[in-house]
Design a protein around this ligand. Structure first.
Ligand SMILES: C[S@@+](CC[C@H](N)C(=O)[O-])C[C@H]1O[C@@H](n2cnc3c(N)ncnc32)[C@H](O)[C@@H]1O
Length: 198
């Protein structure tokens, strides 16, 4: 696994990063209120869906190493014509922006980008899958995609805790509650975040 710092060097962004761009959806106050207890004793987190690294930076601030899984192509809602904002405009350089932001914040050595879809990541041989204490799900928010991510996370080889963002989105809530019911797991939620209780 290569760190974001190694990626920055490979891309020539270590000495000349893009200007910092603070765009994302992760709410730090809500995270502090809802998920700090989930992180107790955790050292490594796998996040599905990193965008420009807002959530990534918060997890690093909590003292964690972060494995960021994202294809950096944007979710369905970020594509041209679908977005509420002009999010599609940033897609061509989204990965470079993510790496640059980490360099600017001087946290690139704490982050390990895995540039692939979550499906590809969960399909990797176990020898290529990092050990983690928590998998955080904030990728594609459609019902089918969230369901696949949750199942991949629950079946992950080292049995990390599983939690995610955007419980208020219908597809997310439905996927979370259905899988929880199928598997007999209790769900906790608050401040828009959700987690499986165990
Ligand atoms: C809502 S954004 C993540 C927001 C981010 N956590 C933050 O703090 O602002 C969703 C991200 O998931 C990524 N994504 C969407 N579908 C994906 C998939 N199937 N596999 C991996 N990443 C995906 C997109 O490229 C996008 O960067």
């Amino acid at each position: 696994m290569k760190s974001a710092l190694e990626e920055a060097t490979r891309l020539g962004l270590d000495a000349d990063p893009m200007p910092l761009k603070k765009h994302g959806w992760f709410n730090y106050q809500h995270a502090e209120a809802a998920i700090v207890p989930l992180l107790k004793g955790a050292k490594v987190i796998i996040e599905i869906g990193a965008w420009m690294g807002l959530s990534t930076a918060w997890f690093v601030d909590q003292g964690m190493k972060v494995v960021s899984v994202d294809h950096w192509k944007g979710s369905p809602e970020h594509q041209k014509g679908a977005g509420r904002f002009d999010s599609h405009r940033v897609l061509p350089t989204l990965y470079e922006q993510f790496i640059s932001n980490l360099v600017r914040k001087m946290i690139a050595s704490h982050v390990f980008p895995m540039r692939m879809s979550s499906k590809e990541f969960f399909g990797l041989p176990v020898t290529s899958q990092p050990r983690a204490d928590l998998i955080w799900i904030d990728g594609d928010h459609t019902y089918e995609a969230v369901r696949e991510d949750i199942v991949g996370a629950l079946d992950y080889w080292c049995r990390p805790r599983v939690a995610g963002d955007d419980y208020a989105i219908d597809g997310v809530k439905r996927a979370v509650t259905e899988v929880a019911s199928d598997r007999g797991i209790a769900v906790g939620h608050g401040h828009g975040k959700w987690w499986f209780e165990w």
